[in-house]
Ligand binder design. Structure first.
Ligand code: ADP
Ligand code: MG
Ligand code: ZN
Length: 615
């Protein structure tokens, strides 16, 4: 935005012209005010001047009498109930007239000139200037989007932001997925030839500050096509009915400019779940806008090369209709960066400031665990600011470490950042799960373990992959699952001889599984094939309903506890025989924060290191 001045100037000249018009109108329509000095005199002076035949012209209005003397001076006086006045004036030979005739012009014309004309003029002038302004801003490059002018607002501007994928550090997964879109925009023919339809829309999801907006801009920069960017809130702020119109306009323009990218930031503001008329219909305006978006997405021809990107940090609140195939069916997760990612982001932003030669980015990144890309950019900037305050010309390691504190301190309240002790505990916990899973031949191997805190509240997590999808689970498989779930807690106890609150979700899941084994699947000797639970609301998450007596319930609870206990012991036994591996992998995870399934299996399968690592 490099032109806040120009609109201001236009406003000034607008007011100047308006003032000139006003003055001109006053001069022609109400000329008397500008003509000459009016002397106020008493009624008897007026009468005596009449008697002395000093009066030339008289104009009688309802509330005053104006008259001129023979020299042309203008006088005025009040009106009295004087029936003889006319006769006296006549005798004095004065020229006189009363109010209605005073404006000898046509009354309709009078109204037109004095009331309608100024309004019309004002409107014309205003429109002229707003059009001028819209043109000026429209031709400016660099401005991303603005709303102004006509009702269906021309808002989207081709922006030539030179952001490339290289400016986005980490987020390799997201970049890979987006590369396909870039490739499509480069060579749409290749895709057309084979008949492939590229996804119309991709949704970038992830916590705030992880670079979603940045990634979208990078896609535009890489693909080198027009980039229409608009934020969801811009649709909502508008007058009633404008949101939908604006949406239509956006897509119309995009279709004309294809191939191009349309980016809707913060799409959750318009894409929230529509609920069935709470409180008298809910937000109609937003719903209309959303409907328009859905219609437009269905309506346009994907092969023309319009790709729609959207970003949100609240994917769970989106209307399911938006996520349907043919709309935003491709989800691109943009997660908080891991250690390597943080180092890379720090390096990208460090290019913008002057740094001392001996800066250790890894050390900075390590202390800033849980920080987002935006936080890291902020850390670099804070370090530069601190260097200036200290009167230095380059930022040092100390500046960086200090600014981590400043940035993270404010941030710690909002988000969780793990202390080193916690990180260690979480590492062992997660590796405990994974190790138990991997050691049981039938259990799914892990795909990825991370101890980067999630926005969901989990401190770490183990992503498991099922080898092949199956719906029938054997009793052994169920038991193995329970053993895996207890593996986290078992590892904590084995290593630290202390247990934490971190296992609450595991416990919940294990209990659910064990309860189903007894109550629904008939997998216990005591009860055999007796159904003691029935499922309700299958499609809404499923609530289990107990259908047995209180005594039986007590027995079930006992049996459930027994199952879990047995599996816990089994998990513990497995971990005990592989304690060395547990240490080795947990240490790796602690240092790298993320470990992939391959790395995990590699460490697991490589020959034992002789010395015992210390915890
Ligand atoms: P989001 O849209 O996900 O909330 P932004 O894209 O607006 O986050 O990111 C805010 C700023 O943080 C960016 O302008 C950039 O300076 C910095 N940033 C975030 N993620 C990254 C990243 N992966 N690489 C480099 N800079 C990043
Ligand atoms: Mg954003
Ligand atoms: Zn766990």
């Amino acid at each position: 935005m490099d032109e806040p001045k120009k609109p201001r100037k236009s406003y000034i000249s607008f007011w100047l012209i308006a003032l000139a018009v006003f003055i001109l109108l006053q001069m022609f329509v109400f000329p008397r005010i500008f003509s000459q000095q009016v002397t106020q005199v008493s009624y008897d002076t007026f009468i005596s001047m009449t008697e002395q035949r000093q009066i030339d012209q008289v104009e009688i209005e309802s509330d005053q009498i104006t008259f001129t003397d023979t020299d042309g001076n203008l006088y005025c006086t009040g009106v009295l109930d004087d029936p003889t006045l006319i006769e006296r004036l006549y005798n004095a030979g004065a020229e006189f007239q009363s109010e209605i005739e005073s404006d000898s012009t046509n009354p309709l014309l009078y109204i037109l000139i004095s009331y309608v004309l100024p309004i019309v003029l004002m409107v014309l002038i205003f429109r002229f200037f707003s059009k001028k302004m819209a043109e000026r801003m429209g031709s400016g490059s660099g401005s991303m989007a603005f709303g102004m002018g006509k009702s269906n607002a021309k808002v989207y501007v081709k922006s030539t932001v030179g952001i490339r994928f290289d400016d986005v550090a980490g987020e390799e997964e997201a970049k890979e997925l987006l590369t396909e879109i870039v490739d499509y925009l480069h060579k749409p023919e290749r895709y057309k030839e084979i008949g492939a339809s590229v996804p119309k829309g991709a949704l970038l999801v992830g916590p705030p500050g992880t670079g979603k907006t940045l990634l979208a801009k990078a896609v535009a920069g890489e693909a080198n096509v027009p980039f229409f960017s608009i934020s969801g809130s811009e649709f909502v702020e508008m007058f009633v009915g404008m949101g939908a119109a604006k949406m239509r306009d956006l897509f119309k323009q995009a279709n004309e400019k294809a191939p191009c990218i349309v980016f809707i930031d913060e799409i959750d503001t318009i894409g929230k779940k529509r609920d069935a008329g709470q409180f008298g219909g809910g937000n109609d305006e937003r719903e209309q806008t959303l409907n328009q978006l859905l219609t437009e997405m269905d309506g346009f021809d994907g092969s023309k090369g319009v790709v729609i990107l959207a970003a949100t940090n609240r994917p769970e609140s989106l209307d399911p209709a938006l996520l349907r195939p043919g709309r935003f069916d491709r989800r691109i997760p943009v997660d908080l960066p891991d250690l390597q990612g943080r180092i890379d982001i720090l390096k990208v932003h460090a290019k913008k400031i002057k740094l001392a030669g001996n800066v250790d980015f890894a050390a900075v990144a390590r202390t800033a665990s849980g920080a987002s890309g935006a936080d890291l950019a902020n850390i670099i900037n804070e370090a530069a600011l601190r260097a200036v305050r200290m009167g230095r010309s380059t930022a040092t390691q100390e500046d960086l470490m200090e600014s981590v504190e400043t940035v993270i301190a404010g941030y710690q309240k909002k988000n969780r950042v793990l202390s080193n002790k916690e990180k260690l505990t979480v590492s062992y916990h997660e590796v405990g799960h994974a190790l138990v899973a991997a050691l049981q031949s039938q259990s799914a191997p892990v795909q990825k373990i991370t101890i980067i805190p999630r926005t969901s509240g989990a401190l770490g997590y183990t992503m498991q992959v099922e080898e092949d999808e199956h719906f029938l689970l054997t009793k052994t498989e169920l038991e193995n699952k329970i053993a895996t779930l207890t593996g986290g807690r078992a590892a904590e106890e084995l290593i630290f001889h202390e247990i934490t609150t971190g296992a609450s979700n595991d416990i919940e899941q294990a209990t659910k599984l064990a309860r189903s084994m007894v109550g629904r699947f008939g997998m216990s000797e005591e009860f055999g094939m007796v159904a003691m639970e029935s499922m309700q609301n299958q499609y809404l998450g499923g609530d289990a309903n107990l259908t047995c007596s209180m005594e039986t319930q007590t027995k079930i609870d006992k049996k459930v506890a027994e199952i879990i206990h047995t599996q816990y012991n089994r998990a513990m036994a497995l971990l005990k025989t592989h304690t060395a591996k547990l240490h080795e992998i947990a240490k790796y995870l602690y240092e790298n924060e993320t470990i992939t399934g391959e790395e995990f299996m590699q460490i697991l399968n490589r020959p034992q290191i002789a010395q015992q690592p210390t915890a």
